[in-house]
Write a protein that binds this ligand. Structure first.
Ligand code: F6R
Ligand code: MG
Ligand code: MG
Length: 364
């Protein structure tokens, strides 16, 4: 059975500040999606949150970029924004960059990850959702999952993964894409995906069957809006087991927290901390950045789940490491490498300060 798996998310008002999502907004999101399920537009859905982002996880048969499904999400975000405005939540409607829906939420602010799959006999799917970071945050974990035998032993000892995976990489600044065959081209690929502020892994495909293995959101909010409107807070869908890495191989990269862009004012480096859904409330210095993982089995498009995958105690050490990394980075205060390089900062006073001091700079 061909199923479309769509995750569409937006920050349409934070509670309190940019830390969490108010239950009334989640309830409205749920009401809108329940109506769409009843009408037959959706097979199933799950509404959740990660920090101040409202997440719609949906299954249907209409394919990616479907106008009706995208409009459903857009209209739900509009309704939720009205509630956010009434409650005077912080940044109500912040990710809705346009006033009218134009056929596809991509380019209008919300983040989108979608894939069309042939549902297998058993179809485990993990949805990763992050807050206070940018789309390139998935590059390193996706590399470990599908390229690194020290993470994914299946690449070595499972015959149906031994031929490797294809990576579709997007240049988010120049709107170009390229496909790399891995493992042969990992050195070439790393030149690009090692620079995650510019190059993002959009999708991964099995070379055994050509089937899609992973799909991520790559929208860059600040580039869409031409101004600071918060970080992208990306999502990523990953299929597991069989010709794909096992669930534990998919989760394993997050047991060693890596440093991502985002955190306070979208202008800092910080560790990506794997947490349970209830712990995805980033308050310390508006962070540190969080990632949650919702696990589902699909049954004819029905979402059997979620299991809160990072609630596992075995991620406690990763959390402690992330907290230690956060302390170390925070010590740098306004200095790099905690603060992002000038050209990557979302918030900056540089132009004003430069203008004010321009007459005082003397040639050396
Ligand atoms: C980062 C984030 C927050 C805000 C900060 C200032 O993605 O959302 O760190 O950037 O709280 O927020 P505003 O500009 O809304 O006062
Ligand atoms: Mg926010
Ligand atoms: Mg957010």
């Amino acid at each position: 059975m061909k199923i479309t798996f769509s995750v569409i998310k937006a920050d349409i008002g934070g509670w309190v500040g940019h830390s969490s999502m108010h239950p009334d907004l989640m309830a409205e999101g749920d009401r809108c999606l329940a109506k769409a399920k009843k009408s037959g537009l959706l097979i199933d859905y799950h509404v959740t949150k990660c920090g101040d982002d409202l997440q719609f996880i949906m299954t249907h048969v209409h394919g990616t970029d479907d106008k009706k499904v995208h409009k459903l999400a857009w209209d739900a975000f509009i309704n939720c924004t009205a509630i956010a405005k009434k409650l005077k939540l912080h940044g109500a409607g912040q990710d809705l960059l346009t006033t009218a829906f134009s056929g596809n939420v991509k380019g209008q602010g919300p983040g989108v990850a979608e894939m069309v799959i042939n549902e297998r006999e058993a179809e485990p799917i993990i949805v990763f959702m992050a807050d206070k970071t940018a789309s390139g945050a998935w590059n390193l974990p996706l590399y470990h999952m599908f390229c690194d035998p020290f993470n994914t032993i299946g690449l070595v000892i499972s015959s149906n993964m031994h031929s490797g995976f294809k990576y579709e990489v997007h240049d988010v600044k120049e709107s170009k894409k390229i496909v790399f065959n891995c493992p042969e081209e990992i050195y070439d690929m790393l030149v690009f995906i090692g620079a995650p502020s510019r190059y993002s892994v959009k999708a991964v495909y099995s070379r055994e069957t050509g089937e899609i293995a992973a799909s991520s959101s790559t929208q860059k909010l600040s580039m869409l809006a031409g101004r600071y409107v918060g970080k992208d807070d990306p999502v990523c869908i990953v299929r597991a087991q069989g010709i794909f890495p096992a669930v534990g191989e998919v989760l394993e990269p997050f047991a060693r927290p890596h440093i991502v862009e985002g955190w306070m004012r979208g202008s800092h480096h910080g560790p990506l901390m794997p947490v349970s859904v209830s712990d995805a409330v980033p308050t310390r210095f508006d962070g540190p950045p969080r990632v949650i993982a919702a696990g589902f089995q699909l049954a004819n498009g029905k979402l059997v789940g979620p299991v809160d995958m990072f609630a596992d105690l075995a991620f406690n050490n990763a959390r402690q490491q992330a907290l230690d990394m956060a302390d170390m980075l925070r010590r740098h205060g306004p200095f790099e490498p905690h603060r992002l390089p000038l050209e990557e900062m979302e918030y900056t006073t540089m132009p004003q300060v430069m203008k004010k001091l321009s007459g005082r700079f003397k040639k050396i």
